[in-house]
Design a protein around this ligand. Structure first.
Ligand SMILES: Nc1ncnc2c1ncn2[C@@H]1O[C@H](COP(=O)(O)OP(=O)(O)OP(=O)(O)O)[C@@H](O)[C@H]1O
Length: 263
């Protein structure tokens, strides 16, 4: 479990980016949402120890982040940053994914096994000898996930994993996230994309000015006055409300509801 208790984070300039946040998550997909500057990145950086609490505590599977290094915590919580191309520095995809496991001191066979496995999970097997820079946006995003996965972390933080991707690439990333969830990972999805929240999340955590203002189901979340938090309801929900069929999570549910209604 990830347990965050009364977490405060005050930056050196005095900015109170987090103000008493309580939050827990396990093996589930939690969307972390809120307008720009609400504290999402600050909270996420606490989960693998990149930041340490000013006040309160963060405990990851029993490890207090103040007592563990980023390297130790990264084995449990993997962080896939936004714009992953800035992360790549090796000459080919294989070496890029091998970098983390090698640093764990694993044998060559085990490193190779992890690289092959991670590339397969994100459907990049066959890309081993390509240079990371030659990949498309969606492939780069999946490569970034593979690099983190190869460390076999229990939890993954994904920062805007589908932003800037075309529909097909985004669908590939969404499918990868679903597979990871089925394999027992907990996933924290930082996003401004309300369609993605509707499609993929199991729970939503909403931050506003450094405070948690909502933590609950996707359905309840979308019944909030989202404009107050600089967010918008997905088009699909607006359409379904107009049609009087209530809460749906996909276009096919709309079709099913309409087909059922006309019988
Ligand atoms: N290193 C820093 N020093 C001072 N203030 C910071 C620092 N990093 C972030 N902040 C401030 O802390 C607040 C929260 O920032 P944070 O990046 O966590 O928000 P966010 O919700 O991730 O925003 P976005 O959606 O724009 O990525 C903002 O007001 C930001 O300006």
């Amino acid at each position: 479990m990830i347990r965050v208790k009364n977490l405060w984070h005050v930056y050196e300039n005095g900015k109170e980016a987090l103000r008493g946040v309580d939050f827990e998550m396990g093996e589930e997909i939690v969307a972390l949402v809120g307008q720009n500057g609400s504290g999402k990145t600050t909270l996420a950086k606490h989960l693998n120890g990149l930041l340490k609490p000013t006040r309160g505590e963060v405990v990851i599977d029993g490890m207090d982040t103040r007592e563990h290094t980023v390297a130790e915590l990264s084995r449990v919580v993997g962080y896939v940053f936004q714009n992953p191309e800035h992360m790549f520095f090796e000459e080919d995809v294989f070496k890029e994914v091998a970098f983390g496991p090698k640093n764990l001191g694993l044998s060559e066979e085990e490193v190779e096994e992890r690289v092959r496995w991670a590339l397969k999970v994100v459907h990049l097997d066959g890309y081993e000898r390509r240079t990371p820079y030659s990949l498309s946006g969606g492939e780069k995003q999946r490569l970034a996930i593979a690099c983190v996965l190869a460390m076999k972390p229990k939890y993954l933080i994904l920062d805007e994993p589908t932003t800037g991707l075309d529909a097909r690439s985004a669908a590939g990333v969404v499918e990868t996230i679903r597979e990871l969830r089925r394999d027992g990972h907990g996933i924290l999805l930082i996003t401004h994309d309300m369609d993605l929240v509707l499609e993929l999340a199991e729970r939503v955590l909403l931050l506003h000015e450094g405070r948690k203002v909502f933590d609950g189901s996707v359905r309840e979340f979308f019944s909030l006055e989202l404009h107050d938090y600089g967010l918008e309801k997905p088009e699909l929900l607006r359409i379904s409300e107009r049609l009087g069929i209530g809460f749906v999570r996909s276009a096919s549910e709309v079709i099913n509801a309409l087909a059922g209604g006309s019988r």
